[in-house]
Design a binder for this molecule. Structure first.
Ligand SMILES: [Zn+2]
Length: 156
């Protein structure tokens, strides 16, 4: 593909390459939760959620990876300034969730079963309106090293 825009003014003019790129920032937080559906019986909850239904809570070392898609800005070469993306993730997610009880202490999760699946959808909704540039591409959350969920937004 051809180059998009070229600045020809002055010396040190740069070429920009046109192509869609996905960039990712990773953040960590620790949180407690309980998988429990109050509409169902205790036996049903124990059977469906197993140890994750423990009424005394349990914790995870969550790893959140947020990917943004776009074309590099011709002046910076960035799809998104990763420092700015980090700020959004800290303010909207880690500062709110770290060392918290996800069932009880995080306003935007109130009333939601905090499964990894529900968390990636909730996190998408928190992050998306605050991106300074690019399009939110994927929210991936690791609950453990082996278990993770991906959300790509609602694709009609
Ligand atoms: Zn759990």
């Amino acid at each position: 593909m051809a180059t998009r825009k070229q600045s020809t003014k002055g010396k040190g003019a740069v070429r920009s390459l046109d192509g869609e790129v996905v960039v990712t920032r990773r953040v960590h937080f620790n949180a407690a939760h309980r998988l429990h559906n109050p509409a169902r019986s205790a036996a049903w909850n124990r059977r469906v959620f197993g140890p994750c239904n423990n009424p005394r809570w349990h914790g995870h070392n969550y790893v959140l990876e947020v990917s943004v898609r776009g074309r590099p800005d011709p002046e910076t070469g960035f799809v998104i300034d990763l420092a700015a993306l980090k700020r959004v993730l800290m303010e909207r997610i880690s500062d709110v969730c770290d060392h918290r009880n996800l069932n009880e202490e995080v306003p935007f999760l109130r009333g939601i079963i905090p499964s990894t699946e529900n968390l990636v959808i909730a996190f998408w909704r928190e992050i998306e309106p605050h991106l300074p540039s690019g399009k939110l591409h994927r929210v991936r959350l690791y609950e453990t090293e082996r278990n993770f969920a991906d959300y790509y937004g609602d694709q009609a």
